[in-house]
Design a protein around this ligand. Structure first.
Ligand SMILES: [Zn+2]
Length: 366
């Protein structure tokens, strides 16, 4: 990696990322601390007290909404620092504070709706069938995950971004050819107006079945050379080709069902009491944390597979290298994350690792 990134670039990326890792840790601690206080101190009783006269299922929905809002408010200052203030300091955010808050309120509204619905359903099921509520609850949550994966691109993503078809005819035609070579004809290559928020560049695939799409940040199309854009799209087509969204959705469904079983094993029939919500959320948080390392490992595996596809499809290792250098520089990606951070959080290989993969691909062919 000495060849690609200067010592100064590596140090600058570290200086940007290290405080963010600490802030993330602090955020998890803050969230867990609040849940613990709600579960085992009088704070929980105080927050629940206005709801005691409601029927249990209605109280469950309302309590879930209250806990979600309270957690968001408590964590807001730190979230604002790392999500907006610091992003502006480093020249990435293009948002006003009002714009950032608007996003946060929209995200919170989605969380409140989903959380209140899920908790009300759990409490209702635990009351209706105390012995075996986990069975229908696990199945229902798995189905909800599937449904969310299907509707997210058409219902959730448009809450935060506008999408338009790629209007550059030449580029669109070459991307279509690429998708035919990949054997995954694309229904849609869309451009998201990410520049309303950030100067960072990215692309992703989302949706399943009829809602499948490849999405490019408009920031990616500014400046990057067309060959590099092709590399990025070929990578996303690699994800499509390998069915990564579907596989991850399936895994999330299994994970959701397992999580319900753990809740059932630990909390049993106590779920019928809406006040056990903080305990349930703490358990879910613990499961999430336990799933971080295996999840990141699997994701990095998928990313390497998609990178190999992008090389196979474009056969332009030089453009591959240019694209990843450009992505890493424009996003100020961490080039040498601390090992625990890499193992727990890195859903993608580092830029030096991806460049090495490109070199290995060339060597394997010669
Ligand atoms: Zn990827």
């Amino acid at each position: 990696m000495e060849r690609e990134f200067s010592a100064e670039e590596r140090a600058r990326a570290s200086a940007y990322h290290r405080p963010l890792y600490l802030a993330l840790l602090a955020d998890v601690a803050l969230g867990a601390g609040l849940l613990a206080a709600l579960a085992w101190s009088s704070l929980g009783d105080w927050l629940f007290s206005p709801l005691t006269s409601l029927p249990p299922v209605a109280a469950a929905a309302a309590y879930a909404a209250l806990v979600t809002v309270l957690s968001s408010v408590v964590r807001a200052p730190l979230a604002c620092w790392r999500g907006w203030w610091r992003e502006r300091e480093w020249g990435f955010s293009t948002q006003t504070l009002g714009g950032w808050l608007g996003d946060r309120v929209k995200g919170l509204a989605v969380s409140v709706l989903l959380g209140a619905g899920a908790w009300a359903a759990a409490v209702a099921l635990a009351r209706a069938m105390p012995g075996w509520w986990a069975l229908p609850a696990g199945a229902a949550l798995a189905l909800a995950v599937l449904l969310l994966s299907f509707v997210a691109p058409v219902l959730l993503e448009p809450l935060f971004n506008r999408f338009r078809p790629l209007d550059d005819e030449t580029l669109a035609a070459s991307l279509r050819r690429l998708s035919e070579r990949a054997g995954v004809p694309v229904r849609d290559v869309l451009v998201a107006d990410a520049s309303r928020r950030t100067t960072k560049v990215n692309a992703y695939v989302s949706g399943i079945g009829r809602t499948r799409r490849v999405v490019l940040f408009d920031t990616l199309l500014r400046g990057a050379d067309p060959a590099a854009v092709e590399v990025v799209v070929a990578h996303e087509l690699g994800h499509r080709r390998e069915g990564h969204v579907a596989k991850l959705t399936l895994l999330a469904m299994v994970g959701a069902a397992v999580a319900v079983l753990v809740l059932w094993a630990v909390l049993g029939t106590r779920i019928a009491d809406p006040r056990t919500l903080p305990e349930a959320l703490l358990l879910l948080l613990a499961l999430e944390l336990a799933a971080l390392a295996p999840g990141a490992w699997l994701s990095r595996r998928f990313e390497r597979a998609a990178d190999r596809w992008s090389l196979e499809l474009t056969e332009e290792p030089a453009a591959f290298a240019r694209a990843h250098l450009e992505l890493a520089r424009r996003n100020l990606s961490d080039l040498e994350p601390p090992r625990p951070v890499y193992l727990l959080l890195f859903s993608h290989p580092t830029a030096p690792e991806r460049l090495a993969l490109g070199r290995a691909w060339v060597e394997a062919r010669t």
